[in-house]
Design a protein around this ligand. Structure first.
Ligand code: F6R
Length: 247
């Protein structure tokens, strides 16, 4: 595990964008796993900036997002399709046929999970997966006590997750309580992982995830077992870590 602590949120985004850009420069056909949420906003801002400066070419990159709400269409402002369009896809030269998110509108969500997992496999798996972390230690929408051996599945969101996301997205329509999420096992199969976090409210989850026991009470704790985990945190998010990580 490689942990870097930087002064504040914007620096987390900047460092992460640089790391991803360097990866894509070395591997133009990268299969990139993407996340949504407030943590990703400064990261995508910096990725777009690097693209505009001519340093990044997404034309051969394939993307897979981690999750989508059930019953929310791609054009619904609550959807992660919308989030991704707004923060990344509309600004860069990704080929639309290489962009993948679970479809939350299908009648048979179980089949959609199987399809999504098969498309990831067909692309050769994820090369680099970017992750945020929930205050309860979730990754993707893998909530506590949902097991560490899952592949893409339909999941019930913790009430706390829904309340928090409702607040941060500012959506007036209520958010669904179910979602399709890539599983922990699928995440762990990615060849490289990049975990990002900022803010004091993430400090406890990070302490448990990075330094606590490996348990499905804290799904992110399984990341300790990954052979190539890079973590970028701001000082607030790193505040409860025991080890001193040099920045
Ligand atoms: C969403 C995802 C989630 C978020 C987590 C943190 O695609 O993967 O695990 O990363 O809920 O969300 P924020 O960044 O809003 O605190």
């Amino acid at each position: 595990m490689n942990v870097k602590v930087v002064p504040e949120a914007k620096a987390v985004g900047r460092e992460a964008a640089r790391a991803v850009a360097a990866f894509i420069l070395r591997h133009p056909r990268t299969v990139l796993g993407l996340a949504t949420g407030t943590t990703m906003v400064p990261f995508y801002e910096d990725l777009v900036r690097l693209y505009r400066e001519g340093l990044l070419d997404f034309s051969q990159v394939t993307t897979f997002n981690l999750d989508e709400y059930c019953g929310v269409g791609a054009d619904d402002p609550r959807s992660y399709h919308s989030f991704m369009r707004e923060h990344l896809f509309r600004w860069v030269n990704l080929d639309a046929t290489r962009i993948h998110l679970p479809d939350g509108m299908v009648e048979d969500a179980g089949s959609e999970c199987e399809r999504y997992e098969a498309v990831i496999d067909g692309a050769g798996g994820i090369d680099l997966q970017v992750l945020g972390i929930g205050v309860n230690g979730h990754i993707g929408f893998n909530e506590p006590h949902t097991g560490l051996g899952t592949i893409t599945h339909v999941t019930n969101l913790d009430p706390g997750t829904v309340t928090r996301n409702q607040r941060v997205t500012g959506a007036t329509e209520p958010l669904p309580h179910t979602a399709i999420s890539v599983g922990v096992k699928t995440i762990m199969r990615a060849r490289h992982l990049l975990l990002l976090a900022f803010g004091r409210d993430k400090a406890e989850a990070l302490s448990q995830a990075l330094e606590g026991p490996i348990t499905d009470e804290v799904p992110a704790s399984v990341l300790q077992l990954h052979p190539d985990l890079r973590v970028i945190l701001d000082q607030d998010a790193a505040a409860k870590l025991q080890k001193t990580f040099l920045s």
